[in-house]
Design a protein around this ligand. Structure first.
Ligand SMILES: *Cc1c(COP(=O)(O)O)cnc(C)c1O
Length: 256
């Protein structure tokens, strides 16, 4: 594979010498062409970039060495709200920009935080202003215990439609649904079928898992009282899912 994401552990926590060591070791692997250091750091502790000169120098070293080797080395970060972007953030990202370090952002759509067209537009504009490229906005994963933070696919589609056009196309994030089952990231609008009433979106991923279908379910508390009632019955659940799948043109679907 040509792409490497250095994550699952925060790049911000690496001592400068380890950042350099890992970066150099990966650059030495011939088939690796692109690397991303992933960290939420710039969103929560931008001061580090203004004070930890060894760390910034180490990152700069890997980026510059990559450039001489014809390899792309960038930083991926995670702002969710325009309120996370302050004058300190602006100064910090400026340091990275001056050193030629490309920074991209990945957000998660979170109910009550950034799930309105206006807030997401402002986040996109503020990121663009500080030269951070808005890359992805993810639908919240369907994980237990955080239903109150999830939004519907319809909400994501509406926000995407509003944000698109409010700044340069290359600064417009892709709104992504990563439904369970390993189909990977799908453009949130690209569902094969979407039952808005019952909150069932069906996706396919022809080049990743040909012939398979993947489902994303809206948070039940966002549905009509009648639909909420339907989800209470396991039998009706099965019927609704089978119906959505059939309308999408599928015969079976993949769960986690
Ligand atoms: C998102 C993701 C990547 C990176 O994918 P890009 O779309 O190229 O940014 C890699 N691995 C996994 C498991 C992912 O979810």
């Amino acid at each position: 594979m040509e792409d490497v994401v250095i994550s699952g552990g925060d790049t911000y926590q690496l001592p400068a010498k380890n950042l350099r060591l890992i970066g150099d070791a990966l650059l030495d692997i011939p088939h690796i062409k692109r690397m991303r250091f992933a960290t939420k750091g710039p969103a929560i502790m931008p001061m580090k970039i203004l004070t930890d000169h060894d760390w910034v120098d180490a990152l700069t070293h890997v980026v510059e060495r990559g450039r001489t080797l014809g390899k792309d080395v960038v930083l991926h970060t995670h702002f969710n709200s325009p309120n996370e972007i302050t004058w300190i953030t602006e100064n910090a990202i400026r340091v990275l920009f001056e050193r030629g370090i490309v920074v991209r952002n990945q957000s998660v759509l979170i109910r009550g935080v950034n799930d309105t067209p206006e807030v997401m537009q402002l986040l996109t504009q503020r990121l663009s202003y500080i030269n951070v490229h808005p890359y992805y906005v993810y639908m919240h994963d369907m994980v237990r215990g955080v239903e109150d933070l999830r939004t519907t696919v319809q909400t994501a589609c509406d926000i995407e439609k509003f944000v698109r056009g409010s700044t340069a196309g290359f600064n417009t994030p892709l709104f992504i649904c990563d439904a369970p089952g390993g189909g990977g990231k799908r453009d949130v609008h690209s569902y094969e079928y979407y039952d808005r009433e019952n909150g069932i979106a069906v996706y396919s991923a022809p080049s990743v898992k040909p012939g398979q279908f993947f489902m994303y379910f809206d948070p039940i508390d966002q549905l009509s009282p009648a639909a909420q009632h339907r989800w209470e019955s396991p039998l009706v659940q099965e019927e609704m899912i089978a119906e959505a799948l059939a309308r999408a043109g599928g015969k079976s679907y993949v769960v986690a």
